[in-house]
Design a binder for this molecule. Structure first.
Ligand SMILES: [Zn+2]
Ligand SMILES: [Zn+2]
Length: 303
């Protein structure tokens, strides 16, 4: 059985897509990350990065996929109406995210594709869709018997993918962060979060010892504090600086830190500067770019 555990970035930008000559190096699509764990496909957010990912996935038949929304802001959902596998009748899609009721995710997706705003309704996308809003206390398991949402801390089989949730209030409306564990390795996806004074201690605990931490790093310190010419302070907007991301990674003693949700007004040189700022605090830091791949498959020791 394939035991690979990999991450691939398809959209790394926050707020709105930014095509153009200034964003070629890191890319201009909004948030979408593909995780593969033992042949199972988990998609984190459906910004416009999910559109090229969907074209790749559509080359296969009988797909089963799990899409997890961090939250339902536009830059995390806007690619979904163009996700080709959702139009394929043999696709099984589990679509989970936050919400005040079990129906919230479904209602938002339906609204995004109402007849006034989009030509195809959610119902007319042919895939078999299991859409749910989850509570923070629930755990997602994907084992040999399929995808299940359970209520309590399980002791799953080592072959299962286990996904836990931390609900953060450090973004307007709240946001879910996800920790995906497979074969003893973990990836934490913590986008759209603003660092607290003294850092988010719950996030530090949630991300402790993760192999990969994907963390919001939208702003430079100058921008955040209102010292960047032409830009107001962004304090309170619900996004972090590269410095904040580096501090969380250092405190949580994670493996590599991937800076994510780049500001749409930042050209490639500014995103590169973000990477340098994070490295000053946490040396194993990189700024995410489109098609970047990370392989954390556990390998047996060889002599
Ligand atoms: Zn966002
Ligand atoms: Zn947001």
């Amino acid at each position: 059985m394939n035991k690979d555990f990999t991450v691939k970035f398809w959209g790394v930008r926050g707020s709105y897509p930014t095509p153009g000559a200034d964003t070629v190096k890191y890319g201009g699509n909004t948030s979408c990350v593909e995780v593969n764990a033992g042949g199972r496909t988990i998609i984190l957010d459906a910004g416009t990065g999910i559109i090229p990912l969907g074209r790749e996935l559509a080359k296969k038949q009988n797909l089963e996929m799990l899409i997890l929304f961090s939250h339902l802001h536009h830059d995390h959902t806007q690619g979904f109406p163009f996700f080709v596998p959702a139009y394929m009748p043999k696709t099984k899609l589990h679509i989970y995210g936050p919400g005040g009721t079990a129906e919230t995710v479904k209602h938002v997706l339906e609204h995004n594709q109402s007849s006034d705003t989009f030509p195809v309704s959610l119902r007319d996308m042919a895939a078999n869709k299991d859409i749910q809003s989850l509570r923070e206390t629930q755990v997602i398991l994907w084992g040999d018997d399929g995808v299940k949402v359970v209520e309590s801390s399980p002791s799953p089989s080592p072959e299962a993918v286990v996904i836990r949730i931390y609900k953060s209030h450090a973004h307007p409306g709240g946001v879910y962060h996800y920790r995906i564990t497979y074969q003893g390795k973990s990836i934490v996806y913590a986008t759209d979060t603003e660092g607290y004074v003294g850092m988010d201690r719950k996030l530090i605990n949630f991300a402790r010892d993760a192999d990969v931490l994907i963390h919001d790093a939208q702003y430079s310190d100058d921008h955040y504090y209102g010292c960047l010419a032409g830009f107001p302070s962004t304090q309170g907007y619900g996004h972090s600086t590269a410095t904040m991301a580096g501090q969380v990674a250092a405190s949580a003693e994670t493996g590599q830190l991937i800076l994510f949700h780049h500001d749409p007004s930042y050209a490639d040189d500014l995103v590169a500067a973000q990477e340098s700022a994070a490295k000053n605090i946490f040396p194993d830091s990189r700024a995410a770019f489109e098609r970047m791949c990370i392989d954390i498959t556990p390998r047996p020791f060889s002599s």
